[in-house]
Design a protein around this ligand. Sequence first.
Ligand SMILES: [Zn+2]
Length: 251
Amino acid sequence: MNFLNPDLAVNYRSPSQRVRVMTEFWTWENVFCPSCWYQIIHHTNNRPVADFYCKSCSEDFELKSKKSINLWNIVPDWAYGTMIERLESSTNPSFFFLTYKQNLEISNFLVIPKFFIRSENIIKAPRVLKDRWEYLMCNISLLGIPESWKIFYIQDWKEIKKDIILDSWKKTCFLGNQKWETKWWLLDIIDCIEKLWKKDFSIDEMYNFKDLLKVKHPQNNFIEDKIRQQLQVLRDKWYLEFVRRGRYRVL
Ligand SMILES: [Zn+2]
């Protein structure tokens, strides 16, 4: 059973501050780095985006939480401009998402690696007035982010084993070292594979995404070649295997 501790929040009046204190403490106490399983450290409050970092491998993490029984689609976030700037920088953070129930029990905790949150996932939200300045706020939309990019620590109240978390992280890691152009192609191909909702698939099923991929990469006139090439990259990275000619299986 995982619960947030309300005693930590007694000295805070604002509901958002209370939630922040409770969720940050729980994360600090219970969550380890998905990359190396080292304990994560809390950043001081003056960094714009990034709550935690790992001293061992220098990964940055930003924590977002929401009171909700089910896994949510939209997570309230900070100023739009700050968020976009941070996502486009070379030190963009990975995201921890936490959901909890009315009784403060944690229902979900997951990490989404940094390269999976793109600016298209950031949605403009109403402006708010703060210290006499008006800020354009934003939400992060988790709609359209494939399931395999969500690495759970707790899923529907069930704790996930350490080995599975580390393995899932490792599987996505290779994307971090690719150039942006290659990375977008790989992400789009993984996205298409996810849309098939099955482990075994054929090259023809992948070719069905040709039009969709053409819209995303209008400058490329050899989409079918590119699909085959990206599947090879994914095979070399142990994301999938070639079963026989034109047949693939996700590992
Ligand atoms: Zn680490």
